[in-house]
Design a protein around this ligand. Structure first.
Ligand code: HAM
Length: 419
């Protein structure tokens, strides 16, 4: 049996990095008073397949199926739509209130797997619903940046763009289409297909000949109202004040269709990262809440890809504290002493010592060899004599010293040694 294409296992030897990363995310969110929300991995088909959403991700990459009662179901390809569905269904939106929530979980997209791109992948994201304000937008971008930079990841830049409102985007789409139509034959096959369905996505094309054709194309920023331009400038001023490294990229349109106004992507320039260099992205959406049955309020959000954050850490040599670290192992000299050794293990565990115990019936020699290989600092050894005298031997494996310690003093002794 093999794992499904595009998925991966987190093996015991690698899992501490994941736990560390998840812990880091929960800590940053807590600091910003953002509450955790958890929604199902699958939703009714219509939550994602909305009329206004013609993105490739939703039309070509979702895992859709019927359940045994014939309900149409979709595995979530992203977190936002499900979270908004939940917020609306549970009536969490109140007037004059900004609801701030975050999530962390698996998503599913039928994409071509490659480095940093999987069919099951993890995201953490924030959605802030209820107000449209440049301060809020700048705050959200700063939190996304903080989540990345506090891990120690360098060479990161926030790419920013403004898509304008619905009307200006429609006008721009039309202008771009009219401009590209005469060059249709010279466009790549993908871009030709997008010309009628979603011309904005042509701006995203990585094909050099497409980019050459776009050189003199009308620019999105020329279509944006003065009010929106000012709004965008207000965001930029705040980012400047707080030294967030950003670049304005007028070709950044993002993969989903619900965005309006500001959009951003946090990209890494780390060598060896491959073409999937977006650590995360997001933007504002005006109509998503109402499309999912809620009031007419605006929201803004982003999501970061956890696999890509870990890859960035690996490539930059950032080592995580080993959250699965063990300081001490309790060993027994003979099988019939195992029960007594187990009680010492439980006692230390209850007293917050990172302690291990070998549940198999290995010989003492093998237990010790395993402890040395696991890079432990101390082992507690229990033999006949120790049991008779109510003592244990504590061996410092690094210093290669050994002391007899009374049973009631073990905790004190270890706490002192482990600092
Ligand atoms: P997205 O840009 O589609 O946005 O995904 C966000 C991040 O998820 C990407 O930048 C990338 O790091 C990671 N990601 C996406 N697809 C994959 C994949 N196949 N394998 C590994 N990582 C991947 C969204 O999902 C929006 N919901 C973000 C958002 C929230 N906008 C508003 N609120």
């Amino acid at each position: 049996m093999q794992k499904v294409k595009g998925t991966y296992d987190v093996l015991p030897q690698d899992s501490s990095q994941w736990l560390f990363l998840e812990h880091h995310i929960h800590n940053v969110m807590k600091k910003h008073h953002i509450s955790y929300v958890r929604t199902p991995v699958f939703e009714y088909y219509d939550v994602f397949h909305r009329q206004t959403e013609a993105s490739d991700m939703v039309t070509k990459e979702t895992y859709d199926f019927e359940d045994r009662s014939g309900r149409k179901i979709t595995l979530r390809p992203e977190g936002t739509a499900g979270v908004i569905r939940s917020i609306v269904e549970n009536k969490l939106i109140a007037p004059n209130h900004v609801l701030k929530t975050y999530y962390l979980g698996a998503n599913y997209r039928y994409e071509r797997p490659q480095k940093g791109r999987y069919r099951e992948f993890y995201q953490t994201g924030i959605e802030m619903i209820g107000d449209k304000d440049a301060i809020l937008d700048a705050e959200l971008i700063q939190i996304a940046y903080e989540l990345i930079s506090k891990l120690g990841i360098k060479q990161v830049v926030v790419k920013l763009n403004h898509l304008g409102d619905h009307e200006s985007r429609l006008a721009y789409k039309e202008a771009l289409k009219n401009y590209l139509e005469p060059f249709k034959d010279q466009l790549s096959e993908d871009s030709q297909n997008r010309l009628s369905s979603n011309p904005l996505r042509i701006l995203d094309s990585k094909i050099p000949s497409d980019q050459a054709l776009l050189k003199d194309a009308p620019r999105l920023d020329q279509f944006i109202s003065d009010e929106d331009q000012k709004y965008f400038q207000d965001i930029i001023k705040i980012l400047n004040t707080h030294n967030i490294p950003y670049e304005i990229d007028t070709k950044l349109v993002r993969g989903l269709d619900y965005y309006a106004h500001v959009v951003f992507e946090i990209q890494t320039l780390i060598e060896g990262f491959g073409s999937q260099n977006a650590l995360g992205g997001g933007g504002r959406y005006d109509n998503l809440v109402s499309e999912l049955g809620g009031p007419d309020v605006s929201g803004i959000g982003f999501a970061l890809g956890l696999e890509r954050l870990l890859l960035a850490c690996e490539l930059q040599g950032i080592s995580f504290e080993d959250s699965n670290h063990i300081d001490v192992a309790v060993l027994h000299l003979d099988k019939h002493l195992k029960k007594e050794a187990y009680e010492i293990y439980k006692f230390l565990q209850k007293n917050n010592i990172n302690v291990d115990f070998d549940f198999s019936n290995k010989t003492f020699k093998t237990q010790l060899k395993n402890a040395i290989q696991s890079n432990l600092n101390y082992v507690i050894i229990l033999g006949e004599e120790e049991v008779a005298n109510n003592t244990v031997q504590i061996k410092n494996l690094k210093a290669e010293t050994q002391e007899t310690v009374k049973k009631e003093d073990i905790l004190n002794y270890l706490n002192k040694q482990l600092g």
